[in-house]
Design a protein. Sequence first.
Length: 369
Amino acid sequence: MKKGLLFTCLIFALNLSVPVFADRCDRVPDDTLKVGVIHAPPFSMHSEKEEWTGISVELWRQLADRLGASYVFCDQSADDSILNVATGLQQVQQDKLDVALGALTLTSTREQQGDFSHPFFRTGLSIATRPDSHTWDELWQWATKPTSIAVLLFLIFMAPVLALLIRWLERDQNQELLEGPRGRSFATTVLWITLLCTGRAGAFDMQSFTARVLATILSFAGVTVLASIVAVATSSTVLSNLDNQIYDIKTLDNSRVAVVKGTSVERFMDNHGINSQSYHSLQQALQALMKNRVDAVVHDRPTLQYAIRMRSPERRPKLHDKLLNEEFYGFYLQQKSPLREQINQQLPALLASNQWQNTLRRYLGPQAL
């Protein structure tokens, strides 16, 4: 008991930073900083141990250590909703949070109602489109659908049965169909049915009315399947060409563009006169892209790159290299907060350290340096 009390006193005497973990920040001591964390991988996210981690989070921990500040991480607002960019900034502006962190872009609009620290990360907006389409892959996806499999199996396995049926129907009226050895004439009938299904044989080669009706139905079914295959191949080529034409701000003008609600990307699109569809999360926007509901997703490059990398290889959109603009990330604070100057004094040394370089490399890979 005495050792525990002595240890606690020692911490406060040395003024070390003491992180506290909470969902909400409405019951936090006055001498503890309330830090709102906005989910934005790889800058702020939950680890496997359900602890906050990421580029911005690790940088904040280092800053707090240098400042000797106690703080609490919060990811919920007063109404128990999860903090997003809009609510996180609003909580700071209303003095309910001391700091907000994540992947927060410095903008003049946000500066009017709060203060940013000096930037700690330089980036920009990028475009993601569907991956380059391969016709054979698209055809395989079509052929493996339950409906397609049923139709194909029907046409394949029913051909001999239909050959026997047609030969029986034509037994008294179509000697030409029955000429030659039985095996050869039967194979000829199967081949004729195959050509019929592709529209290369006439339905009225038959003599009996029933056989003609059956041949007409087969011809219609076969041509429908063939048209579906051609349509899949054509749409795959067309969509691939359209996606490859979307690479900068001008090519977005006539495209269906997805953005994340409450981010600076919405205002960027509005300023350039581009209509966009807003989604609650980046994952929802990427899902809409892969389902062909939109043509492109525009978002901050590092978070977009990370989200794409976390998807399975066959479901990864294509990330274009060109940046649409230049952006900077910083910590968002209350207006005229004394914490701003304290943070700005510590940032240069931290950003020049090997620890910061290792953090970027660990989360973004070697290309980040």
